[in-house]
Design a protein around this ligand. Structure first.
Ligand SMILES: [Zn+2]
Length: 377
């Protein structure tokens, strides 16, 4: 058992909210995670995979030599977590041979790494500069333009998927009916009838909240994943979605998750057969472990394959059960899902949900974990 994992188990015993993974669950997890992905997409672990994992381990070990805390030791100008030494950049999660038009140039192995500084900058842009992003308001569209521009820069095909939202109550503020949209990015040449996954994060906020943690954090991680997936391989193609209309407009199961419910309703039959799993990133910048959650309906293999990735990467993670994010729209429709994030914080849905709430190193944990899961490393 690794030190991080031991720490995870210790911390688990202090929480009543999050379930402690049992050893037999984790064994089961690993089997499920590998066999489910592997059986459908290219068989069990191949020599190539083993080679990559070994190389990955070497790189991580090399990074760890220079580490204290979460990453290589250098001064951290941004963290509010009180860590005395922290990385200026995140440890590599995989090696990548940089494609080059001129092969005579000496071959370089460039680490593909989650850049938590870039993610934090996006939190500051969305929540600090743009501010509250009620799903029908101009500020939401301003945030969406940032997301669309970035997706396009990384080479994705981008479309808006419009939908209607009813009048209601946005966390104590009466709001009018209106229209909003999802921003959907697909890799070039994507075929929705072929196996793929969806990773989503909601871009909207309740009326009064700048939404740094809820959910500029998730969108910022999504944008970094978009960059990584454009530079390196994922197990299967990933559709990346910035959802509108996640926040509630009243009580009850139908008065929230408007964007994701609309997406699910309009999925063509061929895509329904081909969608392998959905991951929601929602409130992923507070805390010191990564909640890996589902609602009560989803099979657990996605959650468990994420836990297996957490073990591979020595990232503290715990399971929980909740229905309060876009994964629930997919889960209700019968898909296998997970949600990363959800740790409570005092500024939730308030005007104080500002960028200072978000911890860069929690963004790094979540981002590295999601990338490990997407890329199988
Ligand atoms: Zn949220």
């Amino acid at each position: 058992m690794s030190a991080h994992f031991a720490l995870t188990l210790r911390v688990c015993t202090r929480s009543a909210t999050y379930a402690q993974p049992r050893r037999e669950d984790l064994r089961h997890t690993r089997n499920l995670g590998v066999s489910t992905w592997g059986a459908q997409y290219g068989g069990s672990r191949t020599l190539e995979t083993v080679r990559r994992l070994a190389l990955c381990s070497l790189l991580l070990a090399a990074a760890t030599v220079a580490c204290t805390g979460d990453g290589p030791a250098v001064e951290d100008p941004t963290s509010t977590s009180g860590a005395s030494a922290s990385p200026t950049s995140d440890p590599p999660t995989s090696p990548s041979a940089t494609p080059s038009a001129s092969p005579s140039v000496s071959p370089s192995v460039r680490p593909v790494r989650f850049d938590s500084a870039a993610a934090l900058a996006d939190v500051r842009l969305l929540a600090g500069e743009i501010g509250p992003r009620l799903t029908t308001e101009p500020a939401f569209r301003e945030g969406a333009a940032v997301v669309e521009r970035r997706f396009r820069e990384y080479g994705y095909q981008v479309r808006r998927q419009p939908f209607a939202v009813p009048a209601g109550d946005s966390w104590g503020v009466p709001v009018d009916a209106g229209r909003s949209f999802n921003v959907v990015a697909t890799p070039r040449g994507f075929d929705a009838a072929e196996p793929h996954v969806i990773v989503g994060a909601h871009l909207d906020t309740v009326a009064v909240a700048p939404g740094a943690e809820d959910n500029a954090s998730g969108v910022a991680v999504l944008l970094e994943l978009a960059r990584l997936a454009s530079e390196d391989r994922t197990r299967v193609p990933a559709v990346l979605i910035a959802f509108g209309g996640e926040e509630p407009r009243g009580d009850g199961d139908d008065l929230h998750h408007f964007g994701s419910q609309h997406y699910v309703r309009t999925m063509p039959p061929a895509q329904r057969d081909a969608l392998h799993a959905m991951m929601s990133l929602d409130r992923v910048g507070v805390g010191s472990f990564v909640p890996v959650c589902t609602g009560p309906l989803s099979p657990h293999w996605v959650r468990d394959s994420v836990l297996a990735a957490a073990e591979r990467q020595d990232i503290p993670a715990r399971t929980c059960e909740l229905t309060t994010s876009d994964h629930w729209a997919f889960e209700k429709a019968g898909f296998a899902v997970t949600r990363l994030g959800s740790i409570d914080y005092p500024e939730y849905h308030s005007a104080d949900d500002l960028p200072g709430v978000v911890d860069r190193w929690q963004l790094a944990r979540t981002g590295r974990l999601a990338w490990s899961w997407l890329s199988a490393r």
